[in-house]
Write a protein that binds this ligand. Structure first.
Ligand code: GRF
Length: 302
């Protein structure tokens, strides 16, 4: 649990202890202050007292934690944290509508054309993500706005840091059974998602929130060599073992099934007798790096 908090809040162990301490002392302080204030009213303890107490501590809590965060050197963290809480609270009622608007039209509320803000979901070395970042680095219309990753320490996180792109480390439970990180995607105004070596299945709620706005690249010619377990080396080994004479890449929309959505683009490469899974992987990477960024640009422009 502590590891997850460290990742979510992007803090080290010492800061995590100071933050938890601030939460604890701030919480007690606001409870104490709430009781003292109510004592001034001479109100009997009963239902009304409880309601007023809850209201008071809800109002006092942000002030108390901010106050306590000073001596613990955590003011910066709590300022941002409370900002996010207020923002989320304020916008939660119209979130569904906003996401739908961004996704379906690519325009903001005023009907002006907005930039396409892409989130790349990746969990590996990130060579495709790197090519995509390079390709759009000086684009006026397309911004790589967020990197989403489910693997601490993955190469893609360094790529994001070097490119100055914010990254979001996600964990399974919230991704599959929680809010699917939709609030963060909305905060970053993401209106298109590119999967580049992301192995988790995309939850239905995300697919619904981004209809025809999520694409994936698969290192084989779908529908062959796709589905659960068909990733990375496993794909190339299966292709070589079956003595195929060609392989290639498939760029496709993402639906609820693995490697199943409508195909957008395919490119092929020949397989020689001397090819191994490793040499085939290299050929496939060349195809991916050549085509994926251009195909993304075409889809987005459409
Ligand atoms: C690529 O081969 C892609 O087809 C697959 O995952 C791999 C990611 O490689 N979906 P990299 O991390 O971009 O180098």
């Amino acid at each position: 649990m502590f590891e997850k908090l460290k990742q979510r809040w992007k803090v080290n162990g010492l800061n995590l202890v100071l933050i938890i301490t601030t939460f604890a002392i701030g919480g007690s302080l606001c409870g104490y202050a709430g009781r003292k204030i109510l004592a001034l009213t001479n109100l009997e303890k009963g239902a009304l007292w409880v309601i007023l107490y809850i209201l008071l501590i809800t109002l006092l809590w942000p002030l108390c934690v901010l106050l306590v965060s000073f001596p613990f050197g955590q003011f910066g963290f709590f300022k941002k944290y409370l900002g996010r809480v207020f923002k989320r609270f304020g916008s939660s009622h119209d979130r569904g509508q906003t996401v739908a608007t961004l996704n379906n039209t690519g325009h903001d509320g005023s009907n002006r054309l907005t930039r396409t803000r892409i989130a790349i979901f990746a969990s590996g070395a990130g060579s495709n993500a790197q090519q995509i970042i390079n390709h759009f680095s000086s684009s006026a219309d397309i911004t790589i706005a967020l990197i989403v990753c489910n693997k601490p320490g993955a190469g893609i996180l360094d790529i994001a840091a070097n490119a100055g792109i914010p990254s979001l480390l996600i964990e399974k439970e919230r991704f599959f059974t929680g809010d699917n990180y939709l609030p963060e995607l909305q905060d970053h105004r993401i209106n298109f998602i590119v999967l580049a070596g992301f192995l988790w299945k995309i939850p239905e709620a995300l697919i619904k929130a981004y209809p025809k706005k999520i694409v994936n690249i698969h290192p084989a010619l779908l529908p062959k060599y796709g589905g659960k377990g068909m990733f990375g080396r496993h794909v190339h080994e299966a292709v070589i073992n079956n003595k195929e004479t060609e392989s290639g890449i498939t760029i496709h929309y993402v639906d609820e099934l693995y490697d199943h959505g409508a195909v957008i683009f395919q490119a092929t490469c020949a397989i020689n007798d001397s090819d191994t899974a490793d040499t085939l992987a290299q050929k496939i990477h060349v195809l991916e790096h050549t085509h994926y960024p251009k195909v993304i640009a075409e889809i987005v422009e459409k």
